[in-house]
Design a protein around this ligand. Sequence first.
Ligand code: NDP
Ligand code: 7N6
Length: 308
Amino acid sequence: SDIERLYIHESVENVVPPEDFLAAFDDLEIPNELVGDGETYEDGDAVATYVPRPEFLDASWIHCIRAGHDAFDTRDYENRGVPLTNTSGIHGATVGELAIGYMLSLSRLVHVYRDHQNEDDWYSPEYERPFTVENEQLCVVGLGTLGTGIAKRADALGMDVVGVRRRQEAVPGVPEVYPPDKLGDAIAEARFVALTVPHTPETESMISDGEFETMRDDAYLINVGRGPVVDEAALVEALRSENIAGAALDVFEEEPLPAESPLWDFEDVIISPHKGSATNRYHLDIAEVVKENIEKIKHGESLTNRVA
Ligand code: NDP
Ligand code: 7N6
């Protein structure tokens, strides 16, 4: 049935200013409203939300404003026949540019110079340390919106890009695509390993002791997917034992990253507080996906990004 009302759950504040997000729907013919917990929903209601809530199962359609819908139990939605959609498809440039920024900093030491700037220190690194990313190998694990967003930008910088995914589909800028059971081969020669897979039972702790053994000693791990994809204790150990050279991390097993985490203190670990997707037009990018699906429901077409 048609969507008659659009509710925006207040949890969207985790990512976007709720009032700005709400205003992005003002051009629709249907009413929109900001709601909190404990609301009642009925047929014809749609909810865009950051968190899952049991009462959402009474509505006609739920949209998760995140690309990763791992906080939602898809079985609940399937059992009730309520469609659940996510916001994959919009983060190629945002997360892609962040990952490129990480690699350019790790190679040209921008983060190190800033650390020294904080001490008014005109610093000269060891001659051996800086390098260009040009001609270095990047392995992108997961070749969806995020992964291809990183791959095509890395390709433009003259990097040699390989990737990992389950489906053996050709990906522009990625001449070599490995299946997940060849992960070791895919990461063995890489200077940078970038993780862009969703958190699923298959990807949990996909990068652990064995993978850090396999990686080059001068390699850097980039994680912009989800924290649990990496065994964080193994990562800390790999950094301590100099089994890898460093890391750039946007996502963590526990967020916010606890103050006592050793990850804060490595010079060649760059930490961003889950801001890979944060830009000043994030609310508009998400709203576009929601509006596209409101149109699709109206025309009886199948939903984009349906995950349950
Ligand atoms: P997509 O669905 O477009 O891409 C996911 C990719 O992962 C697909 O190419 C899929 O390919 C691959 N994949 C899935 N399972 C496996 C596996 N077991 N082994 C290898 N590859 C696998 O999603 P997005 O790119 O939009 O987002 C990916 C994830 O990134 C999200 O789920 C979310 O967790 C995270 N994210 C983080 C953000 C941040 O702020 N840091 C922002 C946005 C997203 P195939 O099916 O062929 O295996
Ligand atoms: C919100 C980032 C996603 O999955 O994790 C991202 O889209 C959202 C802080």
